[in-house]
Write a new protein. Structure first.
Lengths: 326, 496
């Protein structure tokens, strides 16, 4: 009897102090915004055409794969990485070089491996010595571009036999192949997050690292694995970019990190970690990309894209912190 | 001086306060008691203008007034010392006392301000060096600085929200002394507390809230403990501490030899038999909490030999400890215990591997297991999907205990401050749960700075002073006065 009382009281408190209320309000705001964007998009002349939609779905897939990778990092409680764009570029360059030397399967494996290795090392550093994740990613970003310049002189590498790029070009069942790959990446990521022990550990370390340590969860391994997946999905973006342009250079995926974190946050993954999903990120990617396309359709220049992306991140963070404070 | 009449507050459809009345005279200390969620915090927030009342009246000196916010409250002399202190640790005592004071111009280090700050501290019987950084002070001393800050703001009505929740007994005594001086100086105090001892110690009157309702007010001299507890719970209070089960003394259990934690614990040896509750009593900072942390594998530089049921348990490894089913329950539930995840995931956090195959989770099995655990520790199974952070302190604590259940053999529970931030009603349940673990053959090591609790629950008490062993008492020789003497100034303990 009294037990029920205290539980009811806790519920009263929840409502009284706006926790769950704030949560649902935020969800409502997000849903309303999505509807607004959809309505806006559907009434914009030129949006609902096959070429326009194809371009949209193709382009959002590159950032999309990186956003899926970013989701792992955000969930792990390490906010974001500034080095995923660079990782994608490395993967693209590796892909093209290996493709010219050793064929398709080897190229894909090499690209995935190089990207995942780059980020996994960062993850081990962050998990192992509690290095600040943002600083580590900035350092990694600079290191990657530095090494790349030293090793490749920042030259563009071309796929020697353009036929080889074909598997990841064109359309499948009416959808751009890039989009299908992004969709598959989302499903794989969601599967890993929802159904594996690693996925659960990721949510645990993201929502309470000291608590995770106190129950003996493998915190370092989990952080490393999270970064491993982040690198892997970023590499997928790199492979897609290289296939699309039949070449690769280190300029690829520049600034994708910002779009990716915007997509993750707009999708509703918590900036402080421990709550979110790949499906949410998928929705976030689509929303952000539609906004950007609309800006272009309304004749706003490219600078606006960055401006709007930054603004969206700020708004989401402010909305979120509001909820936390109450 | 302060009169609250028929106050009511609603949030949406939820009535957080209903028809609450109380009065406060000059020089009166009034306790405000109630279980967690009874509406104490809402009442306090209403008084400093953070929450707007929908009905009722607040009168100051007989005149009704509406308090629009903390600034306005400061203007009329009402001030709140919150549970989480709001001092800037790197600034000096003087800086902190004048921080945010609206009467100060550009320079607060002038002589006049030093004199006034000193006077305020004097009033509290404290003589800190004004230039000492606050980070050098103990939590109790910081509280005094916080109160001094309110005094220089000329607060007449002080609201203290569970000021002693994080203090050791000695510090509590000092805080009480400071309160008595405030009272003598004619300040009025609203004192929110969970500790009934304090109500009878220093308060003149008490108002009890339950479910947001005003259960009643009484003069402390006219009620006893039992009545007060009944008012808070709304039911008769049978017994807080369950009977200790009579189990044969067992050789099995945890044996600790020469435990050392640099700067905290020296050469501590003791044993924790199965089926019993062994308490380590010590003041906050005496290293008692460090003992359990070290055994939990969370202190890297701890040394010593630990043997569980005849087999060595390596120090410094959480995973080795978890393998032997040794569970640690931290005093810092929010920081080190609960995940900001659903109740379900909190329950199974330590044993997720047992409910999965080849790295893949089995949600049906996890769900079933979590349901069983809920039933065992008596948490409403309908809350499995709720975020554990939204549960009451008592329910959160139960989740942490539930993590110890399972495994092939009974394990060991290392618990720091089992009832910190847990209300009276849930306390009794936590104690029953501890006994339940005894019955299952667990060995329990509990660290507590609440001596009443130590005396109430333990079968064996080890007293600690500045990280060193003082004495060990078996069932029957446990006595609060002796424990208190041991942990404050152990005569002869140093020599022995």
């Amino acid at each position: 009897m009294a037990k029920d009382d205290t539980m009811d009281l806790a519920r009263v408190n929840e409502r009284a102090f706006g926790w769950s209320q704030g949560l649902s309000r935020l969800t409502l705001i997000r849903a309303a915004l999505l509807l607004l964007i959809a309505a806006f998009a559907l009434t914009t002349p030129g949006f609902l055409s096959v070429p326009s939609l194809t371009a949209l779905l193709t382009n959002l897939s590159f950032v999309g794969c990186i956003s899926i990778g970013m989701t792992f990092i955000t969930l792990s409680g390490n906010v974001m990485s500034f080095a995923l764009g660079a990782t994608a570029a490395v993967a693209a360059v590796v892909f093209v070089n290996v493709l010219n030397l050793a064929g398709y399967p080897a190229a894909v494996l090499a690209a995935l491996f190089s990207g995942a290795l780059i980020t996994a090392v960062q993850g081990a550093l962050i998990g192992g010595v509690r290095a600040n994740p943002i600083i580590v990613s900035i350092a990694a970003n600079v290191l990657i571009y530095g090494c790349a310049e030293w090793l490749t002189n920042n030259e563009t590498v071309h796929i020697a036999a353009p036929m080889l790029a074909l598997p990841l070009q064109g359309k499948l069942a009416g959808l751009p192949v890039e989009f299908i790959v992004f969709l598959a990446a989302t499903i794989v990521a969601q599967f890993v997050l929802s159904l594996t022990i690693f996925g659960r550990n990721l949510f645990y370390i993201g929502s309470g690292l000291p608590a995770a340590e106190a129950v003996g969860l493998p915190t370092i391994r989990t952080a490393t694995t999270a970064y491993f997946w982040a690198g892997l999905f970023s590499s997928v973006a790199g492979i897609l970019l290289a296939s699309r342009f039949v070449q690769a250079n280190m300029e690829f995926a520049l600034h994708y990190d910002y779009d990716a974190i915007a997509a993750v946050l707009v999708g509703g993954t918590a900036i402080q970690g421990g709550s979110g999903s790949a499906l949410r990120t998928f929705i976030g990617v689509v929303a952000i990309s539609v906004i950007q396309v609309l800006l272009l359709l309304y004749g706003l220049r490219e600078e606006w894209r960055l401006f709007i992306t930054g603004l969206i991140v700020l708004v989401v963070i402010v909305l979120y912190s509001n909820r936390q404070r109450n | 001086m302060l009169n609250v009449r028929h106050l009511s507050v609603t949030f949406g459809r939820v009535q957080a306060l209903r028809d609450v009345s109380l009065s406060l005279e000059q020089g009166e200390v009034r306790a405000v008691c109630g279980e967690n969620g009874a509406g104490k915090s809402t009442l306090m927030k209403t008084l400093i203008g953070v929450v707007k009342p929908q009905g009722g009246l607040i009168e100051i000196d007989g005149k009704p007034c509406s308090i629009s916010g903390p600034q306005a409250a400061q203007g009329i002399g009402i001030a709140l010392v919150a549970q989480e202190l709001s001092l800037a640790p790197h600034l000096s005592v003087l800086d902190n006392i004048w921080l945010g004071n609206r009467t100060v111009g550009l320079f607060h280090r002038k002589r006049e301000y030093r004199v006034r700050a000193n006077a305020a501290l004097e009033q509290l019987n404290a003589d800190f060096d004004l230039d000492r950084p606050v980070s050098n002070l103990t939590i109790g001393q910081r509280q005094i600085v916080e109160i001094a800050r309110l005094l220089v703001r000329e607060a007449r009505i002080l609201i203290l929200d569970e000021p002693t929740a994080t203090l050791s007994d000695v510090e509590i005594e000092r805080a009480m002394a400071a309160l008595r001086r405030l009272k003598a100086a004619g300040k009025s105090v609203l004192y929110v507390t969970h500790r009934l001892g304090e109500v009878f110690d220093i308060c003149d009157s008490v108002t009890v809230l339950r479910n947001g309702e005003d259960v009643g007010s009484a003069l402390v001299s006219q009620i006893d403990r039992q009545q007060l507890i009944e008012m808070m719970l709304g039911r008769s209070f049978r017994e807080m501490y369950p009977e200790a089960p009579v189990l044969p003394a067992s050789q099995q259990g945890l044996k600790v030899q020469g435990l050392n934690v640099p700067g905290a614990v020296q050469e501590l040896s003791f044993s924790v038999p199965r089926g019993r509750i062994t308490c380590i009593a010590g003041q906050v900072g005496a290293g008692a909490g460090m003992v359990t942390r070290a055994l939990a594998g969370l202190v890297p530089n701890a040394t010593g030999q630990v043997v569980l049921d005849g087999k060595e348990l390596p120090l410094g490894s959480v995973r080795a400890r978890m393998k032997r089913n040794v569970t640690f329950v931290s005093e810092d539930r929010a920081g080190e215990g609960i995940f900001r995840r659903p109740v379900l995931e909190n329950l199974v956090a330590a044993r997720i591997g047992e409910h999965s195959t080849a790295g893949m989770l089995s949600w049906p099995r996890l769900l079933r297991r979590a349901g069983e655990l809920c039933a065992e520790v008596k948490v409403d199974v309908r809350r499995l999907k709720a975020n554990a952070f939204d549960l009451s302190g008592g329910n959160q604590q139960k989740l942490l205990f539930a993590r110890a259940l399972g495994g092939t053999e009974p394990g060991v529970l290392l618990v720091n401050e089992p009832c910190r931030g847990v209300d009276v009603g849930a306390r009794a349940e936590i104690y029953r749960l501890l006994r339940e673990f005894c019955r299952m053959g667990y060995a329990l090591l509990v660290v507590s700075s609440d001596l009443e609790e130590v005396a109430g629950i333990s079968d064996r008490v080890i007293t600690l002073f500045r990280g060193s062993y003082v004495a060990c008492y078996e069932h029957g020789e446990i006595d609060i006065a002796r424990i208190l003497a041991d942990i404050t100034h152990p005569i002869g303990a140093r020599a022995a």
